[in-house]
Ligand binder design. Structure first.
Ligand code: ADP
Ligand code: MG
Length: 354
């Protein structure tokens, strides 16, 4: 087992495109870290850099305290003792399930008896006891993904790298495999880096989540802290669908730049004063239906999606699309008065204002 450390890792592709800009990330031994971010933010690039398929342009990668990559020097992927699973189950259709799982062990020239034992063992681990002789074509998508996982686990990797490994599966199979993946990796004490674009999956599985934006990590934290104390407006928007709006914070409260919204100082969380960005989490908005109020309080429901715990509602409030969670089930077109009970304020950083 081993932790993974990235220090100031930058990566520029041969065409000049910079995909990673100084990534620092420390994944502890046995920790399950989810890596999330918008499409194109560099998640796959980061994972492939850890795996050794890409070499960083600067910075270093260490596994178990041992440097495996720095510019000009690198341990090849097969020397890193990592397991990897991708979205598209890359199992070989012309080999039996058992032969697929045995493949990395055969390449490592392990004794035949040991290979047979290990294949049986890892197939049982992923719930495919007795499937060794099956043709992969006869398996479901979920079972093929289990084969890919078994193959990654067979050589006893130090770290498991997953790139959208569950994303191609349908519910409820995906949910089931999520649960199994979590208990399996915990049981094995495996260090895991799990790339996913699915925010709920990341929140459900990870000890900590790293949020990537444009090739840089903007926050690494526990799911609870990411939801309640997002470090930047981007994180609040990306993970929690916060509504963002610019304005000015003074000692008496927040005044939006181009919107009637005014908030008392005691409902605004955040340091300092001056101009900046307000982030309103959907759970902090209450929609009063049919309630009287001044013209500035009027908003209209433009979208309302019913959900298990709350309706996901968007209202048009003087041109601002404000997202809210509602216990009720407001109908599109209904007039409501939004009340912001709490909001997060992020002062503009000098030099990046505007
Ligand atoms: P993600 O997995 O988060 O969607 P990627 O790591 O695949 O993001 O890509 C990050 C950025 O690098 C994107 O802008 C993408 O277009 C670019 N990119 C990916 N692969 C290459 C490549 N081989 N050459 C040049 N640019 C690439
Ligand atoms: Mg990707």
């Amino acid at each position: 087992m081993a932790g993974v450390t990235l220090a100031e890792v930058g990566l520029t592709y041969p065409d000049g495109h910079t995909a990673l800009t100084g990534v620092d990330l420390e994944v502890a031994d046995g920790e399950f870290v989810a890596l999330v971010g918008p499409s194109g933010s560099g998640k796959t690039t980061l994972l492939r850099t850890v795996a050794g398929f890409l070499a960083p342009s600067r910075g270093t990668v260490a596994i178990g305290g041992e440097p495996v990559a720095s510019p000009g020097a690198g341990v090849p992927p097969e020397g890193r003792r990592l397991g990897m699973v991708f979205q598209q189950h890359a199992i070989w259709p012309h080999m039996s399930v058992g032969a697929n799982v045995a493949y990395p062990l055969r390449r490592a020239r392990r004794p035949r008896a040991e290979i047979g034992e290990r294949v049986t063992e890892v197939l049982a681990l992923v719930g495919l006891d007795g499937y060794a002789d099956r043709n992969p074509a006869t398996l479901s998508g979920g079972q093929r993904q289990r084969v890919a996982l078994a193959r990654a686990l067979a050589p006893t990797p130090r770290v498991l790298l997953l790139d959208e490994a569950l994303s191609a599966l349908d519910e409820p199979l995906r949910d089931q495999l999520r649960v199994e993946l979590r208990s399996l990796t915990r049981q094995l004490g495996l260090t895991v880096i799990h790339v996913t674009h699915d925010r709920d999956e990341a929140l459900a599985l990870a000890d900590r989540i790293a949020v990537l934006d444009a090739g840089a990590i903007v926050q690494v934290d526990t799911p609870e802290r990411l939801l309640h104390e997002p470090a930047t407006p981007f994180v609040a928007g990306f993970l929690s669908d916060a509504t963002l709006l610019p304005g000015e914070l003074t000692d008496s409260g927040f005044v939006a730049d181009e919107h009637p919204l005014r908030l008392a100082r005691d409902v605004v969380v955040g340091p300092g004063r001056g101009s900046g960005t307000l982030a309103v989490l959907p759970g902090d908005v209450v929609l009063h239906e049919g309630a009287p109020g001044g013209e500035e309080g009027r908003a209209e429901v433009v979208s309302s999606l019913y959900g298990r715990t709350a309706s996901d509602v968007i209202v048009d409030w003087h041109g601002l699309r404000l997202r809210a969670e509602s216990d009720g089930r407001p109908v599109v077109g209904a007039r409501v008065r939004p009340e912001v009970r709490r909001a997060l304020f992020y002062p503009d950083v000098a030099g990046t204002a505007g």
